[in-house]
Write a protein that binds this ligand. Structure first.
Ligand code: 13P
Ligand code: SF4
Length: 338
């Protein structure tokens, strides 16, 4: 293993968010990562939005709910989280005894950023009788201010578990919140946040694409805007979309979520065709710039030097754990845990 100046490494991680060390281009990174995983008893958890190479070295690939469960249950010594910051935070909250590292500390999330805890805490005071249900795409500070966390896989079950006359605040995603109001018949108060990826799908371009591919089914993530969801044949979390494309009889799909998921869709259904839904800008597909900050090189360095590491204040962790535990209990009762 190359020797690096750890003082320099620490300052790099602090300023850039990752270890900026040159990786020998002749190295077989796949083999090296396998070796390091065994040597260090490490597990790699990756979200479906990670680049294909990262998905290929992961021990588990999943949606936010599956990843949280895996992070809680693993007996590995190191959890390398290939995803964004709030996901690695959730892993640390659920399994504080493990070392949680992520390839790039600056891999954030626009949805999480749209709800600063101090602003939310003030706003919440306008609704003293409301229960706060918060989407897992938020900071630990937001989680600590919430009553129950949910993911897109279990949000409906979480909301349905509350008494029909219970007023609810839903944060931070207004699109997911509006969709949930529709499918649960509630009138939740919505925080005004959105995901920068899902809110820019172009209804016009998708409609044209559907005309060109009349045989294709259009499937979408519930973080998309209402107008896009209205024309969808199926709406679901990333895992639900993946399962749908596997079990459904169609041969092609237009997919309105981050295109990283297409890698697993293609692996699970090699005979089918998957077309990424276009955004309302000049790009053909719609990648999450935060998720894509992680690269195989950064992952390798992260595993080798065990940095950047995610650490958390214990008081904050315990406050954020409560609403996550509630989510997991309700999900278990609803039969939603794998
Ligand atoms: P899920 O994978 O839980 O559907 O969430 C999608 C997402 O936006 C993650 O950032
Ligand atoms: Fe956040 Fe959207 Fe990126 Fe997911 S896809 S990490 S919600 S910005």
């Amino acid at each position: 293993m190359a020797v690096i100046d750890m003082e320099l490494a620490r300052s790099q991680v602090q300023s850039r968010g990752f270890l900026d060390v040159e990786v020998d281009p002749t190295l077989d990174l796949f083999a090296e990562i396998e070796r390091l995983k065994k040597e260090k008893n490490a597990i790699i958890l990756a979200h479906y939005y990670q680049e294909p190479d990262i998905q290929d070295v992961a021990d588990y690939i999943g949606d936010s709910l599956g990843l949280a469960q895996k992070a809680r249950d693993t007996d590995a010594d190191i959890i390398l989280f290939a995803g964004v910051h709030f996901m690695a935070e959730t892993a640390k909250i659920l399994n504080p005894g493990k070392k949680v590292v992520l390839p790039d500390l600056k891999a954030g999330c626009s949805l999480s950023d749209s709800a600063p805890p101090e602003v939310f805490a003030k706003w919440r005071q306008n609704y003293p009788d409301h229960v706060v249900v918060t989407y897992i795409n938020c900071s630990a500070g937001m989680k600590a201010l919430s009553d129950i966390i949910c993911t897109s896989s279990n949000a409906k079950a979480i909301i349905d578990s509350l008494p029909a006359d219970q007023p609810i605040i839903f944060a931070p995603d207004k699109n997911l919140g509006a969709y949930l109001n529709k499918v649960t018949g509630r009138n939740m108060v919505l925080w005004n946040g959105a995901c920068m990826v899902h809110e820019i799908f172009s209804l016009e371009k998708i409609t044209k694409l559907k005309t060109r591919h009349p045989e294709a089914r259009f499937i979408a993530h519930p973080e998309c805007e209402e107008a896009v969801l209205r024309i969808a044949d199926y709406i679901g979390s990333t895992t639900q979309l993946l399962k749908y494309t596997k079990s459904d009889s169609a041969e092609s799909y237009i997919v309105a979520t981050e295109p990283g998921i297409l890698h697993q869709m293609q692996i699970e259904s090699p005979e089918k065709t998957f077309i990424p839904a276009p955004p309302n800008n000049a790009c053909a597909c719609n990648e999450c710039p935060h998720m894509k900050l992680n690269t195989l090189e950064k992952l390798y360095l992260c595993l080798q030097y065990e940095t950047p590491e995610l650490t958390m204040d214990e008081e904050l962790r315990l406050a954020a754990l409560k609403p996550i535990d509630r989510m997991l209990e309700i999900s278990k009762a609803a039969g939603l845990l794998g």
